[in-house]
Design a binder for this molecule. Structure first.
Ligand SMILES: NC(=O)c1ccc[n+]([C@@H]2O[C@H](COP(=O)([O-])OP(=O)(O)OC[C@H]3O[C@@H](n4cnc5c(N)ncnc54)[C@H](O)[C@@H]3O)[C@@H](O)[C@H]2O)c1
Length: 336
């Protein structure tokens, strides 16, 4: 069987998880890597056995095309997406790109429309859509009476990457990190109708608790209104040191509470019964496998988070940012 030839653009933290997954697949071969940081590039080439190495995506595309690679995995910082996806689309190469796919919504819209025109297979790294625990919740929720409250949180410390320290380079924690739960809410409850959000700054001292250029939100709290009387709060915080609450989503319906603990377990409480289910799958492997299978078959319809759908989650997160800036509710219907 012919192997799927993969190129990697960006070889930092997140790409390591994709490398681990791809290296387990006997029908995949990583043939080229692109990364400006020499040490990371060399390590990625060594680990994957990729024969071709490039200093960045431009060098990659000077040599690589649809004849030499079948798929590309893109994991670069949110502001580094210039011409990475557009070139792949022009060359007709399917790609998996990490969330948030960019901080520039115009760029994202134009990428989405190019993808549509070419009918290109794409996937975005919303790994949680592949979690067995999320699947369980998605099956369970429609069995119960509609309506209820959802409390979501992702509260902890500051991730170590340089670009996370500034809102202009990470988009804020909601856009960069808690977008997983924004996407989870959409996956479970459909499109939100409106969002109101507040943020706090000034708790973390730049140069003391974080790097000197730190200026992102210390925390934010969003309130989403969905159809069917679902109202969700989503808290994001990076001001904690060495402590964190039980992050995840707590879905409170009239006769069941689904207490989903971020990528770990799901506690389902009904009258007289409590079930504690541990995560049983590797969701990044399943995300990558689904994308590779789509590339092999030419059928992308099973992919749970294609670019166009993921863009809706990105727009919802940016609408929440807008609400933080204006102090006003953002009606998401008007947003389209
Ligand atoms: N899906 C998830 O669960 C998950 C988890 C962590 C990070 N991420 C996302 O993955 C992306 C990358 O995050 P990270 O933690 O790996 O960051 P990182 O800073 O560790 O890695 C990004 C890498 O991209 C490289 N790069 C930048 N411009 C490039 C270019 N033009 N060509 C080739 N390489 C280039 C950088 O040198 C860096 O090594 C972010 O969007 C982040 O939000 C997703």
């Amino acid at each position: 069987m012919k192997k799927v030839r993969v190129g990697l653009i960006g070889c930092g933290g997140r790409q390591n998880a994709h490398m681990d997954a791809l290296l387990q697949m006997k029908d995949v071969e990583i043939v080229a890597v692109a990364e400006p940081v020499e040490e990371r590039r060399a390590r990625a080439a060594e680990v994957t056995g990729a024969k071709r190495q490039y200093g960045n995506h431009s060098e990659f595309y000077e040599k690589e095309n649809g004849e030499s690679v079948d798929a590309i995995f893109i994991a670069v910082e949110p502001t580094a997406h210039d011409h990475i996806e557009t070139r792949a689309i022009e060359l007709g190469i399917p790609f998996l790109v990490e969330k948030p796919m960019t901080l520039d919504l115009q760029q994202a819209d134009s990428i989405a429309s190019m993808i549509r025109e070419k009918n290109l297979i794409t996937a975005v790294g919303f790994q949680d859509r592949y979690l067995d625990l999320m699947e369980r919740m998605k099956e369970e929720i429609p069995k119960h009476k509609k309506g209820g409250i959802v409390n979501g949180s992702w509260i902890g410390g500051i991730p170590p990457v340089w670009w996370w320290q500034k809102k202009s380079t990470c988009g804020g924690q909601l856009v960069e990190q808690n977008i997983h739960l924004v996407d989870g809410l959409r996956w479970l409850f459909g499109e939100p109708l409106s969002v109101y959000a507040v943020n706090a700054t000034g708790m973390i001292q730049p140069g003391v608790d974080a790097s000197p250029e730190y200026d992102t939100d210390d925390y934010s709290v969003c309130l989403f209104r969905f159809q069917n009387n679902i109202t969700a709060t989503l808290e994001s915080g990076c001001y904690c040191k060495g402590v964190a609450p039980n992050n995840g989503l707590v879905v409170i319906l009239n006769d069941i509470v689904l207490d989903y603990r971020l990528r770990n377990n799901l506690i389902m409480k009904t009258k007289g019964q409590t079930l504690d289910i541990r995560r049983g799958n590797d969701q990044t492997y399943d995300l990558d496998r689904d994308f590779i299978d789509a590339v092999k078959s030419g059928d992308g319809t099973r992919i749970r988070s294609p670019y166009e759908d993921a863009l809706r989650s990105l727009k919802v997160a940016f609408a929440a940012n807008r609400s933080m800036e204006t102090g006003k509710v953002v009606c998401l219907k008007e947003d389209e």
